[in-house]
Write a protein that binds this ligand. Structure first.
Ligand code: ADP
Ligand code: MG
Length: 243
């Protein structure tokens, strides 16, 4: 479903940073891959390259067989297939929850309002807040806002869902409700790439864990391998700091 082949990305402003150095990885259909690593190691840049919020400098990225770095590729089409959920929920503040979840369905997927609303209501049910449809985002808790953001991404029927630290901005008591929605998605077979510091989630849900440091994938393996028997010194050090 995802092939990243030898991708590099350097930022030049404010100073030169090699955010990704010859990164290669693959994610198969239905797989849940968790990316962990210290701050600044390139995790967000890698995710953002997957839907071309960042443009990789070199290498190739294929999403379901489509070369997304090819100039001829319609990037809006790619983005419709790759849902993304950020740490900051990024809901439209002047639109209701229902409008947040229906807008892109109508604009991008060209669905009728009736179809978009029925899809949105089903998804709000799924994420556990069907009663919040007519409310504005500022009336919701962080956990509820993040669940709306997930519903909004799912409304596009994406083939892949990317999560960039989806629970990092949440109060502790709200983390579980968001992780539960993600666990349900994983169980249903969604292909997911998740950057998170929630090691419980990684252990329980990940098929594979990637550890990044300084723009490289340093180590990858099953959660079992990762948490009981990491090979690399940098992985051991990172785990000893966070566990
Ligand atoms: P992580 O998500 O693992 O914390 P990032 O991918 O956000 O790491 O960042 C990797 C490196 O690239 C960091 O040194 C960061 O400062 C730099 N970086 C990320 N985005 C930008 C940007 N838009 N402009 C300049 N530097 C950036
Ligand atoms: Mg990040």
């Amino acid at each position: 479903m995802i092939t990243v082949d030898n991708v590099s990305k350097t930022f030049h402003v404010p100073h030169e940073v090699k955010a990704l150095r010859n990164v290669s990885c693959q994610v198969t259909k239905g797989e849940v891959v968790v990316i962990i690593g210290p701050s600044g190691s390139g995790k967000s840049t890698l995710l953002r390259c997957l839907n071309r919020l960042e443009h990789a400098d070199t290498g190739h990225i294929y999403i379901d067989g489509v070369d997304i770095l090819d100039r001829k590729t319609n990037i809006n089409k790619v983005r419709a297939e790759v849902g993304m959920v950020f740490q900051s929920f990024n809901l439209f503040p002047h639109k209701t929850v229902l409008e947040n979840v229906t807008l892109a369905q109508m604009v991008v997927r060209k669905r009728s309002q009736k179809d978009a609303v029925s899809k949105a209501m089903a998804l709000l049910q799924k994420v556990g807040i069907p009663d919040k449809a007519s409310v504005y985002p500022d009336r919701l808790s962080g956990g509820q806002q993040q669940r709306v953001a997930i519903a909004r991404a799912l409304a596009m029927d994406p083939k892949i869902m990317l999560f960039d630290e989806p629970t990092s901005a949440l109060d502790p008591e709200m983390i579980g409700e968001v992780l539960d929605v993600m666990k349900t998605l994983a169980r249903e077979g969604m292909t997911m790439v998740v950057v998170t510091h929630e090691m419980g989630f990684a252990r329980e849900v990940a098929d594979r864990v990637l550890f990044m440091d300084q723009g490289c994938i340093v180590e990858e393996g099953t959660p079992e391998h990762f948490f009981t028997n990491p090979t690399h010194q940098r992985t051991k050090l990172f785990l000893s700091q966070i566990l």
